[in-house]
Design a protein around this ligand. Sequence first.
Ligand code: HEM
Length: 500
Amino acid sequence: RRHVKSAIHHSSYPLPPGPRGLPFIGKVIGVNTHAPWLMYAEWAKQYGDLIYTRILGRDIIIINSEAVAKDLLDNRSRNYSDRPFLATKSLCGRDFSTIFMEYGDKWRLHRRFFHQTFRSEAVHRFVPLQHRKACQLLRGLLDSPHRFSEHIFEYTTSIILNGVYDHDTKTQTDELVDIVAKTLKIISFALRPDISILVGAFPALLKLPSWFPGMSFKRDMAIAKELSKQYIEKPFQYSLQKLSAGSSAPCMVFDALRNVEEKGTSSDAGWMKDLSETAATGLIAASDTSNSVITLFLLMMVVNPKAQKTAQAQIDSVVGGNRMPMIKDRSSLPYVDAILRETLRYSPVVPLSIPHAVVDDDIYGGFRIPKGAIVTSNLWSMAHNESKYPKPHEFVPERFLNDDGTLKPDDTENIAYGFGRRICAGRHFADTSLWSVIAKILAVFTIEHAKDENGVEIPVEPKFSSGVAIHPLPFPCSIVPRIQGMNVEKLEQLIEASTA
Ligand code: HEM
């Protein structure tokens, strides 16, 4: 009875404002599908920070401000921590993933695995690994600077392969790095909520052959599904073998198994499967996102030489030229952190975060939020809030600094990593990794405009791909050593002098 009463009570509230009555297909296809976050930011000017719309029969709530996101996703997290059904999820073999899993006990177990290994107090164990791999990245940049994208991808994938499985990539063509790259290309498109809604609303679309215009993604999804079997099983088995051979490096698989052994709790087949799936989720979630941030950092350095010089001057005065900046120097290098924060803010990697879903009908600010609605946090809008970040389209690291050059309290965690109980499970690992790489690149190289055959600078304009996680589109740049006479031997000496 109480339930009926509350349903009546709820239905007497209006839905939040938002565009209604557009031709349904227009909302999915005709409007800005390349960068829907820009379109939602425009809608906010007309409708406010909490928007309701309906696309192909699905209720959608769009949150454009941090305050509303905190009220709902943080403070009412029990009701806003589910994930919506995505029709493309099983098609591309992502049923196992923590990221898209519904809220419940299985998800809690996955989060526990992440927490054990990647919580803030535990990630310091990975600092030496991140340092070693960042040095490898520097070697790559010195050897073949024009292949910077490959070197960055290799860095971000190899640190997570170690962090999850204790798998050390030895060659530039590691099979797993390759599998991850192929998978990421496909799922970033297939898992976009709009694509997924379209497929869910018109399952007949999937009956069209793969050669039909626009349907190649069907074939790609089948490939992604096949690949997922490989990267769930292969590295996991490898990891178990390493453990039985006595390896004791920190990593997710070992931490979980040791914890079970110490506590004497059960690790049956179902539990092992969950562990292998959590590990595979980490692998996919980590590399693409961090890769995008490091690439954007390079791009921002090309177009903001003044910020780059300021950071390098600080590194030189604090660290000197005989060793590289290490995590122990972090508190003395506030400008490097300001650059990292500004890179995360300038263009959030996951601009619409990962959608949450509403468990039960709710009332907020006099509006009804319907049960089952897809909740999209427009992190891009929040990061471009003019009253919090004046001139939001400019790259201004100083916005994060006090007048005396010290850092202000960090307010970028949510705009980069999301909200509530579903906040990114790898953010602390990502943070130390990104800092380590950015500080070292700044210490050793200058990133500048590439020049054409006449010696004229090639102009660069920041442009981004589309998808769940977005990337700067390829851009030319020149990565040149800052240190006089830098060569392989000198770099090795510098690395030698820098211990993690
Ligand atoms: C710069 C790097 C990264 C960025 C910008 C990023 C961003 C995000 C965002 C925005 C979400 C969605 C949060 C929400 O639903 O509110 C998320 C979820 C997630 N991230 Fe990250 N991430 C990064 C790196 C990583 C790394 C290194 C790992 C693993 C070690 C990781 C694992 C996850 C997982 C497992 C989830 C799903 C959490 C859940 O659904 O409970 N991420 N990330």
